[in-house]
Design a protein around this ligand. Structure first.
Ligand code: ZN
Length: 369
């Protein structure tokens, strides 16, 4: 029950809570909702009726209660809410159109290098218009656009209260928001990517998410949120892992970022990722040495994370499709180092790979609207 508000405000807040609890849990009876939210059955019945009429909630199958009339289970209408997630990076623009039940309708990667120019932002608007294929300003289903960039979240702030850094320093978020005829939110790239692993409503996951992309990082995902005192957990990229390692942009040497970023493979081989792995298949000696080092330090990092957290470790980011081909090798290397000499069952790969951040941003929209 919400207090200190007008009757209409209380009603709207209760309505939002009901919608949220149905989204979060999947199938619920009116009685379940009434107990979870401490609301009267009459209030729940009236607000559910409204949500059903608006097409946001639908009556599903009857529940399995014993004897008597079986109460109806209510569930969210999956396509009632749609959002667009966009991840911007040095080399790509990636887009994902998703509904609030985490179904992805459409996704695409464009090889367009980032630059903070009017032409780039105008091109982004054009790409969005073409990608969505519909008018999106007046559409009640479409809830907005989430754009991921690299940034810092000041302590105590929200995920969408970020200060752009590095590549994105100097971008004018307010100006960019005005380019689109719908709500636009900016999210921190790594947190959005980790959010893609949070799991479906009613089936929340618990995993360490290790993103292996241009930047290395992640988060510990559990119970529908991130572990930690602030929004800064999971800076795995700055675990120091190599004594004689290269200088990291954080000021230290030998961080995981300097060993396992996709950029390391690009910079040191002078090839793009497909080119690097083609050369590796041809047994190119430079690429072989780089790859052996990459795997050695990655396995060290995964092993450390497993020893600390003892939960699944999910690898994400643009390295996923390449690493999947080396899954047996990775598993074998990890098994040899396993503390309890047990088979490696905890290593997972994100389904989105390079699209993780865009997927997470699309989902995060529904936390904001
Ligand atoms: Zn570092």
């Amino acid at each position: 029950m919400v207090t200190g508000m007008s009757n209409m405000e209380v009603r709207n807040a209760n309505r939002d809570h009901i919608l949220q609890v149905i989204r979060e849990n999947g199938m619920l009876t009116k009685k379940d909702i009434s107990l979870k939210l401490n609301l009267s059955l009459a209030t729940v019945t009236s607000l559910i009726k409204e949500l059903v009429e608006e097409g946001l909630v639908e009556a599903g199958k009857a529940s399995d209660s014993t004897g008597g009339r079986k109460p109806i289970l209510y569930q969210p209408v999956a396509d009632a809410r749609i959002s667009l997630g966009i991840a911007l990076s040095r080399h790509h623009i990636r887009m994902v159109l998703a509904n609030w039940n985490q179904k992805i309708f459409k996704s695409e990667s464009f090889k367009i290098a980032y630059e903070n120019t009017e032409a780039y932002w105008a091109d982004l608007r054009k790409l969005v218009d073409e990608f969505l294929e519909v008018e999106y300003e007046e559409d009640g289903c479409f809830k907005g656009i989430g754009i991921c960039i690299q940034g810092i979240i000041p302590p105590g702030n929200n995920w969408d209260d970020i200060i752009p850094v590095e590549l994105f320093e100097g971008i004018r978020m307010d100006e960019i928001k005005k380019l689109f005829p719908c709500p636009v939110f900016f999210f921190e790239n790594m947190k959005a990517a980790a959010y893609s692993q949070i799991g479906e409503p009613g089936q929340r996951r618990r995993t360490v998410y290790l993103q292996l992309d241009r930047l290395v990082g992640g988060a510990v995902v559990a119970d529908g949120t991130f572990w930690g005192l602030s929004e800064r957990t999971g800076e795995f990229g700055h675990m120091i892992i190599r004594d004689d390692g290269d200088a990291c942009y954080c000021g230290q040497r030998g961080c995981l970022q300097t060993c396992c970023s996709s950029e390391v493979l690009r910079d040191k081989s002078g090839l793009d990722l497909p080119g690097f792995f083609e050369a590796l298949e041809r047994q190119d000696p430079v690429c072989r040495e780089l790859w052996e080092d990459y795997l050695k330090y990655l396995v060290r990092a995964i092993r450390n994370l497993k020893v600390i957290f003892d939960i699944d470790i999910t690898l994400g980011g643009e390295m996923v499709p390449y690493l999947k081909k080396y899954e047996r090798r990775l598993t074998k290397m990890l098994a040899e180092m396993d503390l309890y000499k047990e088979p490696v069952m905890y290593l997972k790969f994100s389904e989105g790979g390079a699209l993780d951040a865009a997927i997470g941003a699309a989902h995060l929209i529904f936390e904001r609207v």
